[in-house]
Design a protein around this ligand. Structure first.
Ligand code: NDP
Ligand code: MG
Length: 389
């Protein structure tokens, strides 16, 4: 039996992970399941999968979680510290699927306890890539990518020498507004930005897909995980979301990963790695699909991509600043405080203000420094929003 934990169990990735685990329940012993506000669902999951412990991120929900678990023998706990403690319980495999920078610390704890970390939480690599990679190395623990593009690149590299890689191309659907005229984008509403043409995901990543902040994070994620030079990483708009990534080699060959837009493929690959097992995903019929389209992304339409390149050039703690400012700008858009195109402006101005502090680009990527940069960027982005930027 493999011991497993899921951080962010009540979210889109968490539910898909449990869907796979639930198809072979005898093979797994569920240790910890964590969630946020949705304690009813968290308790249902914990009971169904006989978890050892269920943890909500929010202390105020602890009484409800305790009530919902009464008589089950399952432990209940609350708060970021309790999630961290749950992540210290040794497991063979853990899914990191909390959304946002809050996902970083539990992932570090899993690695410190030598668990294999299936990493959906791209913010871990964006905010603290060198720290999380070094932690894995120091503890001889493994990180397996779950973001679909990165899983695709990882699969394209099996048996290959990274030195033979010339380019890595990650695809982007273009999100909800890919066919909108540029001048209409400023007026995009929350409801419009929250529906994705191809993927069924959490609200925050869905909006980030429409603004391409998701792809911006993924550029940095590619650089940090695979250690390739930023100049080797390309983004290609591919409206069908069937080709997830392409690895280009020094002999001109390009290995493309094609699969249905269903996260259970990438999750299942990480769950069963290094084996491939049967997964409950659609088998594509390319003859009926007929055509695959590709086009270059427009950086005027998607300033987030330009900002990601600047962040990769600057290095240091700028990834943490970029991510935190983006999280606040996204909160502002969800709350109706800033417009759709203003999100990139808030992030750019926060970067401009804080990049003046040259020490940031050169500071060591420790957890304390990442936390401090994250907090500073959140304050700066909030100030900018309140000042009506
Ligand atoms: P969801 O919003 O659907 O789920 C997020 C999960 O995190 C929920 O369990 C939520 O709890 C919990 N959570 C939210 N805030 C906190 C917090 N501060 N502390 C602890 N837990 C918290 O997100 P997704 O599943 O869509 O995405 C999860 C991660 O995976 C993200 O980093 C995303 O970028 C990445 N990813 C997602 C993909 C997808 O297809 N969805 C694809 C590739 C990557 P609750 O809901 O109970 O409040
Ligand atoms: Mg992705």
């Amino acid at each position: 039996m493999r011991r497993i934990s899921i951080f962010g169990a009540t979210g889109s990735i968490g539910e898909s992970t449990l869907d796979l685990i639930g198809r072979d329940p005898e093979a797994y012993q569920v240790v910890a399941l964590t969630g946020g506000h949705n304690v009813t669902r968290l308790a249902e999951q914990a009971r169904a999968f006989k978890a050892e412990i269920a943890v909500t991120a929010h202390e105020e929900h602890l009484p409800d979680l305790r009530d919902a678990l009464a008589g089950s023998g399952i432990e209940a706990a609350a708060g970021a510290g309790a999630i961290d403690e749950a992540a210290c319980r040794p497991v063979d495999w853990a899914m990191s699927a909390i959304v946002g920078a809050a996902g970083l610390e539990p992932g570090l704890r899993v690695l410190e306890h030598r668990g294999t970390l299936a990493l959906a939480n791209k913010e871990s690599l964006v905010t603290a890539g060198p720290l999380i990679m070094a932690t894995a190395q120091a503890h001889h623990a493994r990180i397996l990518p779950v973001d679909s593009e990165h899983s695709a690149v990882f699969q394209g590299l099996v048996g290959e020498d990274i030195d033979a890689v010339e380019r890595v191309i990650i695809t982007a659907s273009g999100g909800a507004f890919r066919d909108w005229p540029l001048e209409k984008l400023a007026g995009a509403t929350l409801a419009q930005a929250s529906s994705h043409p191809n993927w069924d995901m959490g609200q925050r990543i869905t909006i980030d897909s429409a603004s391409m902040f998701n792809k911006a994070l993924e550029l940095i994620e590619t650089r940090e995980f695979f250690g390739v030079d930023p100049a080797q990483i390309e983004v290609l708009v591919h409206p069908q979301s069937l080709v997830h990534a392409i690895v280009g080699f020094n002999d001109g060959a390009m290995m493309a990963h094609i699969g249905p837009p269903d996260m259970r493929h990438a999750i299942g690959y990480a769950l069963h790695w290094p084996d491939r097992r049967d997964l409950p995903v659609e088998r594509l019929d390319l003859a009926s699909i007929g055509q695959l389209e590709f086009r270059a992304p427009d950086e005027v339409r998607y300033p987030a991509l330009r900002l990601a390149r600047e962040v990769m050039d600057a290095g240091g703690l700028t990834g943490a600043i970029f991510n935190a400012a983006k999280e606040i700008a996204l909160d502002g858009f969800i709350a109706g405080q800033v417009g759709f195109m203003d999100m990139a402006q808030v992030v750019e101005q926060a970067l401009d203000r804080l990049e003046g502090d040259a020490s940031l680009a050169h500071a060591a990527i420790t957890l304390d420094n990442v936390r401090a940069a994250d907090q500073m960027a959140r304050r700066t982005a909030k100030d900018l929003i309140n000042a009506g930027t």
